[in-house]
Design a protein around this ligand. Structure first.
Ligand SMILES: [Cu+2]
Length: 147
């Protein structure tokens, strides 16, 4: 008897899983995969809020999937802008290579007001990020100052 009940439950669960997810999900594929950071500029997000990558050269693909002009800036933890795309019109995209070392970076849209509206994300590079090869830097645990 209990066997029948659990079979019914499994079938019900499968049926639920079969329902397509919401059609209006966040931009597909945004975030980091295969050494490429995909950014979807839209109102009001970058398509993701947190991502991580291995240290090194990161390909940054920025696409304006929104309806207003946007751009992308990458700022390091010292507040220095490491990359900034030109202003992109809706539908435009840009590709660049950015060399990033271990650290935490803030990504945002530089159009006034857009960052505050939600066009901001955090990228963690190196420790705790990427998760592929451990950093080649001799495995010391010390985090030296950047000065
Ligand atoms: Cu913007």
């Amino acid at each position: 008897m209990t066997r029948h009940l659990s079979l019914v439950r499994i079938l019900a669960a499968v049926a639920l899983l079969g329902v397509p997810a919401g059609t209006h999900a966040l931009a597909q594929g945004a975030g980091v995969s295969d050494g490429t950071l995909n950014v979807a500029l839209e109102e009001w997000s970058l398509g993701f809020s947190q991502a991580s990558a291995s240290a090194g050269t990161l390909t940054v693909r920025t696409r304006n999937t929104g309806t207003a002009g946007h751009n992308l800036a990458i700022e390091d933890q010292a507040g220095e802008v490491r990359y900034e795309s030109p202003l992109l019109d809706p539908g435009q995209s840009r590709r660049a290579r950015v060399d990033l070392s271990d650290g935490t970076y803030t990504l945002y849209c530089g159009v006034p007001g857009h960052r505050d509206a939600g066009m901001e994300a955090t990228l963690t590079v190196g420790e705790g990020g990427g998760g592929q090869e451990p950093s080649t830097g001799g495995g010391g645990g010390s985090r030296g100052g950047y000065y």
